[in-house]
Design a protein around this ligand. Structure first.
Ligand SMILES: NC(=O)C1=CN([C@@H]2O[C@H](COP(=O)(O)OP(=O)(O)OC[C@H]3O[C@@H](n4cnc5c(N)ncnc54)[C@H](OP(=O)(O)O)[C@@H]3O)[C@@H](O)[C@H]2O)C=CC1
Ligand SMILES: CC(=O)N[C@@H](CCC(=O)OP(=O)(O)O)C(=O)O
Length: 310
């Protein structure tokens, strides 16, 4: 019998994209709730408890309530796409490429926390350098990023796409998270293996899907005699053997005049770059992804497939 999957929040931005990715799959049975009943708690509880894997695409509080609904039912495994459980040690962090053992941890887990979109880029760049001893304790890491506006869910999509609304957003590109307390900071710190919280400055551009995450570094603040080439080599070695997270060769990055935030829109992969001038004292690490691809829905389907392989 095909495993049953229920996407709680299937009519929202992340849920819809998971559903699209699952369309046509015969190896799973999709349980579905009518859109008009999406907030019907009794119906959701019933569907959640009928699933082999429940994928939660809900706000944090609703995710926590959904997990309560299945907590006594060991037959149900959960992938949560919200921020609610990402730094909870009882949950496997759903970034399969971040360590060699992580895919196996996800495969065996009952509870998997899907990473945040910005943290996927930031952790993807930072963690290998911490693991290799290149980024020392105390280094003041900064993370600057731009996301497509679908990252703000149905609410922000409406504010940008319907300019007749009273609360329409007219800016073509805006900074937010100005108090520097964005909800993704703890996740970046813990899974980035950092001892000091990064300064995180997110922004949104007037494009639907896509994301650039930048981590600029001063080489004289790194351990040993780190160079642009040695940082690139460490990232390349870390991501060898799979094709979801790739490190762009230095010869290729050198030929690029600009990075397009929407280049990977619609794709579930992530590209990492190391920019700078050989022999100079600074580098800029860049991650390119789709906020709804490897940053959310694509990663959720990848995690589901790992869990189904157990
Ligand atoms: N968008 C993105 O790029 C990313 C999103 N995420 C995370 O995914 C989760 C979903 O976000 P997103 O899809 O963007 O949000 P949306 O607002 O687009 O969708 C959320 C869905 O959940 C429903 N919902 C809200 N509250 C409840 C409730 N109490 N019970 C049942 N259903 C409810 C909403 O219904 P209604 O229409 O009635 O409000 C809506 O259908 C969030 O936790 C978000 O942080 C993670 C990474 C990236
Ligand atoms: C553009 C935008 O608003 N992005 C969201 C992050 C995307 C999201 O909601 O995902 P997480 O579950 O990973 O938090 C934000 O900054 O809150």
């Amino acid at each position: 019998m095909a495993p049953k999957i229920f996407i709680d929040g299937e009519h929202g931005t992340t849920g819809l994209q998971i559903r699209t990715r699952m369309a046509g799959r015969r190896d799973v049975e999709l349980l579905s709730i009518p859109e008009a009943e999406r907030r019907n708690a009794a119906m959701r509880e019933d569907l959640l408890n009928s699933a082999d894997i429940a994928i939660l695409c809900l706000p944090d509080d609703a995710s926590k309530a959904a997990v309560q609904m299945v907590s006594a039912n060991n037959n149900v495994r959960v992938i949560d796409t919200s921020t609610a459980f990402r730094v909870n040690p009882g949950w496997a962090y759903g970034f399969a490429e971040m360590d060699k053992e992580q895919a196996e941890k996800i495969r065996a887990a009952r509870f998997v926390a899907n990473p945040g979109c910005y943290p996927t880029g930031a952790i993807g760049l930072i963690r290998p350098l911490r693991a290799a001893g290149i980024l020392p304790d105390g280094y003041p890491v900064t993370v600057n990023a731009v996301s497509g506006y679908t990252g703000g869910g149905k609410q922000m999509i409406a504010q940008i796409e319907d300019q007749s609304r009273d609360d329409a957003i007219t800016a073509p590109h805006f900074l937010y998270g100005l108090p520097l307390t964005h909800k993704h900071v703890p996740e970046m710190k813990i899974h980035g293996l950092l001892d000091r919280a990064p300064i995180f400055s997110p922004s949104v551009g007037k494009f639907a899907q896509g994301m650039i995450v930048q981590v600029p570094l001063h080489l004289d603040g790194l351990s040993g005699d780190a160079t642009l080439e040695s940082i690139h080599a460490a990232l390349t070695a870390h991501y060898a053997g799979q094709d979801i997270v790739t490190v762009v060769p230095l010869e290729t990055s050198r030929t690029l005049a600009r990075i397009d935030a929407v280049e990977l829109a619609g794709k579930d992969t992530m590209k990492l770059f190391v920019f700078g001038t050989p022999g100079a004292s600074q580098v800029n690490l860049v991650a390119l992804l789709d906020n709804l691809g490897k940053g959310a829905s694509g990663a959720a389907v990848q995690n589901m497939d790992l869990m189904l392989a157990s």
